[in-house]
Design a protein around this ligand. Structure first.
Ligand SMILES: Nc1ncnc2c1ncn2[C@@H]1O[C@H](C[S@+](CC[C@H]([NH3+])C(=O)[O-])CC(=O)[O-])[C@@H](O)[C@H]1O
Ligand SMILES: O=C(O)C(=O)Cc1ccccc1
Length: 248
């Protein structure tokens, strides 16, 4: 007999009507349901996590650091730790939500791995980064103030060793309003198919509109070029969610 409440880990945060929907925060309530929320909200999330693991296995170099910026519960760090064969690497997973970091430490410590992983409470805009062969920004840049994004990408570029890899995943907007609307509709259909109601979709949208500001794909590519990346290519897109790799 199972003693686990099957609803316990299900994202029901926006299932009841709220008089005023507060801005979205990565707090204790979100931590409880985060794996369910992200899987049901972000198309391709599991594929992206698996591919981050694969890429880290290919690009991690001996005696370097691997950064997971805005690590949430550590899914990308765990995938990377499973596949890294390089010697004397260290994974540094950073998040500025105390609730996320506390739970992330539990997740990371629940599995064994040869590569050490430090989980740090910190702001990725000010945490120092150096000697990195892989840096991951998996759906985090969209929560950073737009005017601070270029500096962060430049810091990432500077922290990478030559040939180092940057993985950036984001929600994006299409520049063509008709295409933007279509991708948005397809994303909402994805959420409906995953059991979210119209109310949940609408309330979540108002909760994130002030805190999550996606860019156009061209903004991302331009920033990377400006920051000195020699190569960059999107490797994944499903509706308005995409992931790219850039090589220093
Ligand atoms: N300035 C900041 N400094 C540090 N962390 C920050 C900052 N701003 C936001 N965060 C953190 O960035 C994370 C974004 S979630 C990333 C998913 C994860 N990467 C995953 O692969 O599962 C994306 C999503 O939920 O859509 C949250 O945990 C924030 O606390
Ligand atoms: O839920 C959404 O509509 C999103 O766009 C993605 C998302 C996923 C998890 C937290 C915040 C936003």
């Amino acid at each position: 007999m199972s003693i686990k409440d099957p609803q316990q880990d299900t994202d029901l945060i926006y299932s009841k009507p709220q008089v005023k929907v507060a801005d979205f925060q990565f707090d204790a309530q979100v931590v409880e349901v985060f794996p369910d929320m992200i899987k049901r909200s972000v198309p391709g999330y599991n594929t992206i996590i698996d591919t981050i693991g694969n890429l880290a296995g290919r690009y991690a170099k001996d005696n370097t650091n691997i950064y997971d910026l805005g690590c949430s519960l550590g899914a990308a760090s765990l995938a990377m730790r499973r596949s890294i064969q390089a010697k004397d690497c260290k994974i540094i997973a950073i998040d500025n939500s105390e609730d996320m970091v506390d739970r992330c430490k539990i997740h990371i410590n629940a599995f064994k791995g040869d590569t050490p992983c430090e989980v740090k409470l910190g702001d990725i805009l000010t945490e120092p980064m150096e000697n990195a062969s892989v840096i991951v920004l998996n759906f985090t840049l969209q929560f950073i103030a737009p005017e601070k994004r270029a500096q962060l990408i430049e810091n990432i570029s500077k922290a990478l060793v030559p040939g180092g890899l940057f993985i950036l995943s984001e929600k994006i907007y299409d520049q063509d309003p008709v295409c933007k609307e279509l991708l948005n509709e397809l994303h909402h259909d994805f959420k409906r198919a995953n059991g979210y109601s119209e109310l949940e979709i609408a309330q979540k949208r108002s909760a994130i509109e002030n805190v999550m500001k996606p860019d156009h794909l061209s903004n991302h590519l331009q920033r990377l070029q400006q920051a000195g990346f020699s190569h960059a290519t999107p490797w994944f897109q499903c509706f308005n969610f995409f992931s790219l790799v850039a090589i220093k």
